[in-house]
Write a protein that binds this ligand. Sequence first.
Ligand code: FPP
Length: 229
Amino acid sequence: MSDLKIPSHVGIIMDGNGRWAEKRGKKRSYGHRVGSENVERVVEHAFKVGVKSLTLYAFSSENWARPKEEVDELMRLLKNYFKKFISKVLKNGVRLKVVGGRAELSDDLIKVIDECEDMSKDNTEHYLNIALNYGGRQEVVAVVNKLIGEGKAVTVDSISENLYTAASGEPDLIIRTGGEYRLSNFLLYQGAYSELYFTDVLWPDFDEIELDKAIDSFGKRKRRFGKVL
Ligand code: FPP
């Protein structure tokens, strides 16, 4: 990777697990399993090259409509991931936050999430936000309702300050794997000025080299934030 600017906050839409598995004549769930293993390698590499915060789209508010078997497998993989996270938490300096609605999640999943968040709450080296049962529109509605409930003014800044990912700042770069060119309700408000990077590479194949390519591409962009520079 060339010595270019490193984005502080990167969001990733990890798309293509299903197609990756189908191409190999396997069930979609197998793709999610390999995809979840890939999460570990990409997170590790991103933090190693200097990314401060990562927000990963693991399960959208709309994903409940998938076949039950697939949803169950994704929840199982997430639970395993969080359990593993706990065992590493003291040495990795990462603060984990799960962003999205909790009400629909199972009690045992909520328990392990609470444990991860609680155990890592004093870590400040890196932020890892897992978007689970997440929707960007739903997030904005929740924040606006919270502000109204607290009798506070609804402004661009007050919304920004209360977004689930506020501690990480706005994403500098949003990556989508899997060849589709859309945001699918991911980080809609905080992504207003994010640089977007799309690749045909399917998520299980998105390795360290592919992440370096995305970061290199980011480093070459001229960010204007709506101004003339
Ligand atoms: C999109 O692929 C991927 C998902 C809906 C889930 C992403 C989940 C993981 C990578 C694994 C679990 C996550 C963590 C953090 C441990 P798709 O199923 O839409 O693939 P397709 O577009 O090929 O059908």
